[in-house]
Design a protein around this ligand. Structure first.
Ligand code: ADP
Ligand code: ZN
Ligand code: ZN
Length: 737
């Protein structure tokens, strides 16, 4: 007898599915289809995950599905399995996992297929005909002329619209008469643009490409470990070419679209194949269309940020994760998945190769190479024989400095000015100054809603909190004693910009941080401006550290390298070292050798000596040994339970109770190896008006940790004190606060 009960993932924060009867009108329902179901006096759109013959609910209590929205699963079965796995692994409600994976349009119940306007191009016959033949219809002439001008590209509805009001009618006739044809994705011609200059691969690149191409058609995870400027992108492009030739699609995940315009341009320039870009700034309709073009197989290349890992593909051929070490692949709220790790799991299920590229692979990834779970190919040298920059440390305990810029650094910038070269300065702190205080009474500007100081934004005359949205105008006198002795301390990017302009009046200084690039395209504009030589010095935050090519930069200054040295986060040193290697990678990409000057209070730190020789692997070896000794990832598995409440103490109390439960459960579920730390206030206890606390679990065996989480979290979900707090679980947390 056929099963008659459907398990449905409903968008509610509960770690379970719900059972519904399948009415006879919904006989064709299948897993992966969206359904409307009655849920607590509401109607919700959920997705069928499976069928079952028996429910825990008594038959008379079961409700029926109201309607089925699809006649096919919204995503292929393999991807359904990835989502299920992600819900299990991250212990996140399956209904919310589906929410995260589907475009908004589908969550709202719109048709699976978006309304797509076809696009048109000139036919081969049309190319040979004379435009004169259309002289009796100026509208036709305009449209054909535009198609001729577009060449290989196609005219979209948006482009046709302004050419003639009744363009649909006219295009139809032109198609009928053989002038135009609707564009189709695969017309048998080469997907690579003819005539684009492709550099001759160097031997290391050739080896890398042949290693990667060899495995197309089956699963393997390969780490492309290439130093900055070694030509990783060129290797990706060759792999993509091979995959496209086999009629398959490539999924490319990148850290942040805004930061990788150059990468997108290079893909666009190389391939004629349809490419879609998925990122957070897309409007709902646009996203739905792009998603659909990936799902239908029409788009050959799908390029996107973190959530693009959930994009369905009709013919998956390979997955590329660029800058795999980047923190932005980890979602930091709600459904806290790691897109890189999901990409690897997905590739395995899809039986396609996955490539993780980086000059500074994460320690997790290096450990996976160590145990032969991932393969590795290396690009050990820069292309075109360019040398890596020399790295020097400036001891800030001894050197004279102004507003955080030491004299040797200023001198080095001046020297570049005189020789017409460019400099980059990094500082992980935006605003003018991180502290405003009164020299009379000691008052400091604090945020009322966070345990944090307010940052001075001088040009706006404001104090801003960088942890919540709080903003106030700069007080003229001390709010405490009324004195006028307010002073600022420390430097942000704005102050550095001002100071440099004062010290080097001839220098044209440009600043890039979140404040200066709020406007759409502002980042790209400023980068172009700098690359075109309209500025001598670029001051910026780590926004700049990612993947950009600056041909004329020969000096990189790192202003406050010490932040990572004093952090509570065990990954802070890893991130600091990655950043130093990455920013050093921006220097000396042209013909002149680059120089990197790093200001620090601890030039003798052992890691720094390794970085001086660009020995990231040496650093990684040392750091991995320390992690092993400290029982930290990747040698142990962590889960962090976080809680917050507007009531002081409530979150901590909730976690203490939760901890008690976990300790009791530990024996029952045979997870004696799980260590349960004390519940503690978070490092910044109050943020945006909420009091926060956390509880860390750790285990040497992943299975034990998961066994405990599986039976513990449902208990927390139904616990009574849960109403006072918001809580969440973070499996493999990347930030420990
Ligand atoms: P990475 O991504 O490893 O930092 P890129 O792929 O951006 O490096 O390559 C750095 C520069 O070298 C780019 O301008 C690229 O066009 C160029 N390039 C790549 N491969 C070669 C090659 N084999 N010969 C010459 N130039 C190359
Ligand atoms: Zn005062
Ligand atoms: Zn705040």
């Amino acid at each position: 007898m056929a099963a008659r009960i459907a398990r449905v993932a409903v968008p509610v924060p509960l770690r379970r599915t719900f059972d519904f009867l399948i009415p006879s009108s919904a006989a064709l329902a299948a897993p992966g289809m969206r359904v409307v179901v009655p849920f607590r006096r509401r109607r919700l759109i959920g997705v069928i995950t499976e069928f079952t013959a028996r429910s825990e609910l008594r038959p008379e209590r079961l409700k029926s599905i109201i309607s089925v929205l699809d006649d096919q699963p919204v995503v292929p079965q393999t991807l359904q399995r990835v989502l299920q796995w992600a819900a299990d692994y991250y212990h996140h409600p399956i209904g919310e996992v589906w929410q995260a994976a589907l475009p908004v349009a589908l969550r709202r119940g719109l048709a699976l297929t978006p309304r797509l306007e076809p696009s048109y191009r000139i036919t081969a016959a049309g190319l040979d005909r004379r435009l004169q033949a259309l002289r009796r219809s100026p509208a036709k002439q305009r449209i054909v002329a535009a198609a001729l001008a577009a060449g290989d590209a196609c005219l979209t509805a948006d482009q046709l619209e302004p050419l003639a009001a009744s363009w649909r009618q006219i295009v139809k006739q032109l198609v009928h008469d053989g002038w135009l044809e609707p564009a189709v994705a695969d017309d048998g011609v080469s997907l690579t643009r003819p005539g684009v200059a492709r550099p001759q691969l160097n031997p290391a690149q050739r080896r890398a490409v042949s290693e990667l191409v060899r495995i197309v058609g089956g699963y393997r995870c390969t780490v492309l470990f290439g130093i900055t400027g070694s030509g990783k992108t060129e290797v990706y492009l060759h792999l993509v070419e091979e995959v496209l030739q086999r009629g398959r699609q490539v999924l490319v995940l990148v850290p942040e679209i805004g930061l990788t315009p150059q990468l997108i341009d290079r893909f666009r320039a190389r391939f004629k194949a349809p490419l879609v870009v998925l990122h957070s700034a897309l409007a709902d309709g646009e996203r739905h269309k792009a998603w659909w073009r990936a799902r239908s197989g029409e788009a050959s290349i799908v390029l996107g940020t973190r959530s693009a890992v959930f994009t369905p593909l009709a013919h998956p051929g390979a997955i590329i994760v660029d800058e795999e070490h980047d923190l932005s692949f980890k979602q930091q709220d709600g459904f806290r998945y790691h897109a890189r790790d999901l990409a690897v799991y997905r590739a395995r299920l899809e039986k396609v190769p996955v490539v993780l590229g980086s000059a500074t692979p994460s320690l997790e990834t290096l450990a996976n190479i160590g145990v032969d779970r991932y393969a590795r190919v290396s690009l050990p040298a820069r292309t075109g024989g360019a040398e890596l920059p020399s790295i020097h440390y400036l001891d800030m305990r001894r050197l004279p400095a102004q507003d955080g810029i030491s004299k040797p650094l200023v001198d080095a910038i001046r020297a570049r000015l005189e020789s017409g070269e460019q400099s980059l300065l990094f500082l992980n702190r935006r605003g003018y100054a991180p502290v405003l205080f009164c020299t009379n009474c000691g008052w400091q500007a604090h945020c009322g809603r966070c345990d944090a100081k307010l940052t001075l934004h001088r040009s706006q005359g404001q104090l801003r909190c960088h942890h919540c949205a709080a903003m106030s105008s700069l007080p003229e006198a001390c709010p405490e004693c009324g004195g006028a002795a307010l002073h600022d301390l420390g430097s942000g990017t704005q102050k550095i910009e001002t100071t440099l302009t004062r010290l080097l009046p001839a220098a044209r200084v440009l600043r890039i941080d979140r404040d200066s690039t709020r406007r759409k395209d502002a980042l790209e504009q400023r980068l172009n401006e700098f690359n075109a030589g309209h500025a001598d010095v670029l001051v910026g935050t780590q926004l700049l550290a990612k993947g950009h090519d600056f041909a004329k930069v020969t000096l990189v200054g790192v202003l406050n390298a010490d932040q990572g040295l004093f952090s509570v986060d065990f990954r802070a040193m890893e991130h600091l070292c990655q950043q130093i290697i990455q920013v050093a990678g921006r220097a000396g990409r042209g013909e002149h050798q680059g120089e990197v000057l790093i200001q620090t209070m601890q030039p003798e730190h052992p890691y720094f000596a390794l970085l001086r020789d660009h020995d990231y692997e040496g650093f990684a070896k040392l750091a991995l040994a320390e992690r092993k000794q400290a029982h930290c990832p990747p040698f142990a598995y962590f889960a962090l339970l976080r809680a917050e409440s507007t009531r002081a103490g409530a979150a901590l109390e909730f976690l203490r109770q939760a901890r008690g439960q976990a300790q009791e459960l530990r024996a029952n579920v045979r997870a004696p190896g799980v260590s349960i730390m004390d519940a503690v206030p978070s490092p910044m206890e109050k943020r945006a008006g909420r009091y926060r606390a956390q509880l860390l679990l750790s285990a040497d065996q992943r299975s034990q940790l998961h066994a405990l989480l599986s039976s513990w979290l449902p208990l927390l979900e139904s616990s009574r004190s849960v109403r006072q707090v918001r809580w969440s679980v973070d499996v493999d947390p990347m930030e420990m606060y």
